[in-house]
Ligand binder design. Structure first.
Ligand SMILES: NC(=O)C1=CN([C@@H]2O[C@H](COP(=O)(O)OP(=O)(O)OC[C@H]3O[C@@H](n4cnc5c(N)ncnc54)[C@H](OP(=O)(O)O)[C@@H]3O)[C@@H](O)[C@H]2O)C=CC1
Ligand SMILES: CC(C)(CO)C(=O)C(=O)O
Length: 298
């Protein structure tokens, strides 16, 4: 298959590099990263150790591929959607964190938009070089759930490239569960400046668990079966499995970058308001991170 990876920073470069071992891949990325990949290849380090050839460009318009994978931060999804709409794809797959990305993409595109989650850890360490900080899994499927031929084809292509992949028919529940994990872990670790493992005990654990319970309540009001216990268990499992991780939101805050708070806790608060469900912990966490962004963000 041939793939375009739109927004190849940390995660997109890792996924693109893994796919390029088996498929034709074009990264849509910023310079100097795009030029380095085009001229010297893409180096994948950490849990892997290989150099692979891939095409790379800074121009995301007029692209054609069997599949475009979207890996921009959530606040760039609208721009990505507009650029992708100038191209031709059999399907577009989001691997982003946060909610609302697939809807935004679908509003601009006339091909199937698939939902995905990724638990691989990735850090772009220098132009042309990405480090895999943890082997996880990609889960993908139809964004409204059910079977999907494009999801089957793309999932099979991911597996053929050695990416741990599950093709799922319950993506809405999986997206909400990942949202509960991110709503619990990301702002708590960003505000407290602690590693994910610090959320395994004490008040921080309870704050993260409460944010996850509120997220599950909103999910259920939206018709998604996500019991509180499952959402809390997912936070505990991820905090344990990624104990030494610096969450992406903590990385953003420490680097003075905009965060994905609007698509994570902000989304829970907004959907909760629509359903008359109070989400005080999510509102507090979102409010604090937004206050930081206003004072310190770009
Ligand atoms: N990194 C990880 O381990 C994981 C990340 N995720 C999720 O994946 C998504 C991406 O995260 P991550 O890879 O860390 O983020 P990055 O910021 O590293 O990567 C996104 C890249 O896309 C670039 N970009 C944005 N718009 C365009 C455009 N129009 N044309 C070309 N390039 C563009 C950005 O450039 P610029 O910075 O200049 O805007 C940036 O280099 C997020 O939703 C994140 O939560 C999920 C699981 C793991
Ligand atoms: C799963 C988790 C919390 C891992 O750090 C993550 O997705 C993130 O940092 O954004």
């Amino acid at each position: 298959m041939n793939f375009v990876v739109f927004g190849a920073g940390s995660l997109g470069t890792l996924v693109g590099g893994l796919l390029a071992r088996e498929h034709a891949v074009t990264l849509v990325a910023r310079d100097p990263h795009a030029t380095a990949v085009r001229e010297s290849g893409l180096s994948v380090a950490g849990e892997f150790d290989f150099l692979v050839g891939a095409d790379a460009t800074t121009d995301g318009t007029d692209r054609r591929a069997d599949c475009a994978i979207v890996t921009v931060k959530a606040f760039h999804t609208e721009t990505a959607a507009r650029e992708l709409a100038t191209g031709e794809f059999d399907a577009v797959l989001s691997l982003q964190n946060g909610m609302g990305n697939e809807d935004l993409l679908a509003a601009h595109l006339d091909c199937p938009v698939l939902a995905g989650t990724a638990t691989y850890g990735a850090v772009l360490t220098e132009p042309g070089r990405v480090e895999c900080t943890g082997i996880g899994e990609v889960v993908l499927g139809a964004r409204d759930g059910g079977q999907s031929d494009p999801a089957d084809r793309i999932g099979t292509a991911f597996s053929a490239a050695g990416i741990e992949t599950t093709i799922a028919d319950d993506m809405p529940r999986r997206l909400w569960e990942k949202l509960a994990v991110n709503a619990g872990i990301n702002p708590t670790t960003a505000l407290a400046r602690v590693e994910n493992g610090a959320l395994r005990s004490g008040d921080a654990e309870e704050i993260a668990a409460t944010a996850a319970r509120e997220t599950a309540a909103v999910a259920r009001a939206e018709g998604v079966k996500l019991p509180d216990e499952d959402a809390v268990a997912a936070v505990r499992t991820v905090a344990e499995a990624t104990a030494a991780n610096t969450s992406s939101m903590r990385q953003d805050v420490e680097a003075g970058r905009r965060t994905e708070i609007d698509a994570i806790n902000g989304y829970v608060v907004a959907r909760g308001e629509k359903r008359d469900i109070d989400t005080p912990v999510n509102r507090t966490l979102a409010g604090l991170v937004k206050a930081w962004e206003q004072e310190n963000g770009p």
